[in-house]
Design a protein around this ligand. Structure first.
Ligand SMILES: CC[C@H](C(=O)O)C(=O)SCCNC(=O)CCNC(=O)[C@H](O)C(C)(C)COP(=O)(O)OP(=O)(O)OC[C@H]1O[C@@H](n2cnc3c(N)ncnc32)[C@H](O)[C@@H]1OP(=O)(O)O
Ligand SMILES: [Co+2]
Length: 136
């Protein structure tokens, strides 16, 4: 099988569902010393991000209970919510995933919190892990 991502697939970010940004941000930013990076809020969540080298950690606090993060917190409590991989060609990768039977949540890419094109894959197709793909 040909490698569709010549630069390799790096982790763009990890998404962590949190009850309170105010309570947890100081751990990452002030104790661990990870620089805060401004991001837009999205998908009914307030988002704060800190840098981990070339990757980010997104802290996601729900604004409403029926949002993806609100439902996740209610069912599972705080914890790792999704992993995001950067790919060179998002449209090509979505077609490739679909051709291999992976269920797409977003058939059409949309703009994520970093202003990049993103799309999610369903956790039922990916061993229970919600996967986000982001174009470099
Ligand atoms: C895009 C902006 C930003 C960025 O980085 O740029 C973000 O990352 S925002 C992050 C929040 N946005 C999303 O998560 C969008 C994608 N997610 C979804 O579309 C939904 O959350 C979905 C489809 C994964 C689940 O929605 P649904 O309404 O079906 O929720 P349920 O609670 O009924 O869950 C059904 C089923 O899926 C399991 N589930 C849900 N979330 C996760 C998860 N994060 N990881 C693993 N599994 C998950 C849930 O437990 C249910 O399983 P079941 O066995 O049926 O109980
Ligand atoms: Co994300």
């Amino acid at each position: 099988m040909t490698n569709p991502t010549p630069r390799g697939t790096r982790i763009a970010h990890l998404g962590i569902a949190v009850e309170s940004l105010d309570a947890i941000l100081p751990f990452y930013r002030d104790i661990l010393g990870m620089p805060e990076t401004p991001l837009d809020d999205a998908d009914g969540a307030r988002i704060k991000a800190v840098a981990a080298g070339e990757s980010l950690v997104e802290l996601l606090q729900p604004e409403k209970s029926d949002s993806p993060i609100g439902k996740f917190l209610a069912k599972r409590g705080p914890g790792i919510h999704h992993i995001c991989f950067a790919v060179d060609d998002l449209d090509g990768m979505l077609a490739r995933c679909k051709a291999h039977g992976i269920q797409l949540i977003d058939e059409t890419p949309r703009i994520g919190a970093e202003g990049k094109r993103i799309a999610f894959l369903h956790p039922k197709s990916t061993a229970g892990v919600l996967v986000e793909l982001s174009e470099y």
